[in-house]
Design a protein. Structure first.
Length: 94
């Protein structure tokens, strides 16, 4: 059951990561705002997968101790990772 939840979470995480990747910094004019947007996109490209791995790892560890909460965390990992990513971006962006 846990493996199915992890596979589903990875699939959903892949879809959300694809949506993050589709966002492009426009206009491509070389301005400082475009360069700042590019830096933010690069940060998202490594931060979201890292947050997914951490949350799935925490779900696996929790599943070993308490199966139901661990399963719930594994299922919620893609959304949790997205919320954490947006929170980090808001904190760093200020």
């Amino acid at each position: 059951m846990f493996a199915t939840a992890v596979i589903g979470a990875l699939g959903a995480g892949f879809v959300l990561f694809g949506l993050l990747a589709l966002g492009e910094c426009l206009p491509r004019d070389g301005s400082a705002a475009m360069q700042a947007c590019d830096i933010e996109k690069q940060r998202e490209f490594w931060l979201y997968p890292a947050l997914m791995i951490l949350s799935l790892g925490a779900g696996a560890r929790l599943h070993a101790a308490r199966p139901i909460p661990g399963l719930a965390l594994a299922i919620a990992s893609p959304l949790l990772s997205l919320v954490l990513l947006l929170t980090i971006e808001r904190l760093v962006g200020r």
